[in-house]
Design a protein. Sequence first.
Length: 598
Amino acid sequence: MAFYVQQWVNNLPEGATLIFLSTLGLLMVGWVSAIVLTARTKWLALLTFFPLTHPLAMVAMVLKQGSASLIPIGSYILAAVIWFSGSQRLYNQETKQLEDYQLQLKQAGEPLELENFQQVSDDPDQNVWDHPYLKLLATASKTGSEGEQARKEMGQRYVPLELPRTRLRIQVDKGPDPEKSGLYNPNESMLSNAIHLLQPKDEFEPVEGIEYPTDRQNVLDALKPLIEGMEEDLDQLSQALGREENIYPHQWEAGFGMLLPQLSKLKQFSQATSLATLYHVWNRDPKAALQSAQLGLRTAEVRDSALLISCLVQIAQVSITLGSIDEARQHHIWQDEDWLQIRKHLDSYSMIELMDESLRTERAIGHATMRPMLDRPPMEAMRYLRQLGQQDVWGVSLAEASWMERAANLIAGRFAQAFLARQWRLCLMGYETMIKDLEKAANASQNDPWKEVLVSWDHLSFKTDYGVLGGMLLPALDKAQAKAVRSQLEIELAKIAVDLERHFLEHGVYPESLENLVPQWAQKTPLDPMTRQPLHYRSLSEGKGFELYSVGLNGEDDQGRRATKSPRDGSRQADDLLIRVLPEMAPLPKYTLGTSKS
């Protein structure tokens, strides 16, 4: 009960409860007194009782009762004065507090206005998104007919880089201990892509006459037409990403309704480059494999902005690309200088430090959305919220509203706007709290165990402390930092695996311990960032393979295991991150084919 009371108090502007109750009380006095005064005339009392016919009854009562009707009429007039004047005062009060808070943020150097984020390319010929291959994706972000046409065309333009998909379900045998299968499963990825490429798209069941892969060469043969068909597009993508500038023409002014068609394509490009890398690794073509891997890393580096969704897509891209690089290590096809190039790319990523900046961007996008609503009729603002993500969201004018909506806007307008101003100010305060927490965590991550810098917020406090909008918008941001920490942990393990591979190239074996990497391949013995304790490492088969793992986000040693399902009993979920290089090449996994679930 206390929770709901606190939520009610925080949600309403200061003084709103008194205004609401006073207005309601006077309306009740007017209504009851009107019923009493008309009680002797049954038909008039009946009209007075119902809200829809009450105005007609009041006209009749004035004509019939004369001065006695001043009591209900006076109550109604006083209620209207209190309501409208009080609502105007609340609006002035809340908008003033919002403006003061905006000024406070500005003086603290916190970006809130869109001009802090908008960029213009100085030289389009050097801008990634102005290259002919990616220009279509940039145009697709626009509203209007030009953007609509670009969104239609881009579906066909990038078809060569789409991975095959069918309705066939592939059940892969993950072995006796699937929880310790490692972070990456290139055999499974290559196998499933080959099967989907052979399978007709509309077929649910295995097709008689198709020879589904049984070994690596079968997989390579099946994928060859797809990889060869990608070459021209990958070359154009490489040319585009070879440019220096990376300025995407976001329509920032659209706020939450901003279109982001490029994100799904960026992830698609990473999947294509990863598959190409795996193909060239299996085909023993080190030069082509290195080019594809570097293009994959470069694709993941071209994050279009600090938007949170862009950061999350980048996290997915990095993980996709690291899987193919891991397979190159398994095959030992690159030389020391090649691995140094890969390491240089990996050193450029800093996922944890992206999080506070991403929330600053989200806050500015929200401000561009919510601030204009304060001056718009409340029913129009409600229609806007329902239409977020569509084009021309402000296209519905007040003139098109029904008479009931216009009446609601007239009666509730200032009160609703005051309420919304308060909600947005509280939500901005919630953003500020989260940004400061993430900033502290990013700074602490330089020296402290990462398990101690993981930030988690109480979702109930979002509603009680940061209002209705805070309760709607902020909880969705809660898990982003954990994803960033896990991604950076995966990158740190990949760096150490690069050092291990360089040791192997010189000595023909992996080291007995990570200490043997110092000082030639590492300045100091690498530690697990999650705990700042030694990483778990062991060489396999007299140095011909190795296992390396971190204890993961829970900070507990799960013996290199990562849960494939959430435990039903609510117990701690194993989440170790394991990288493994086997002494011998693993065969293709066994699999069964069946109908996918609808």
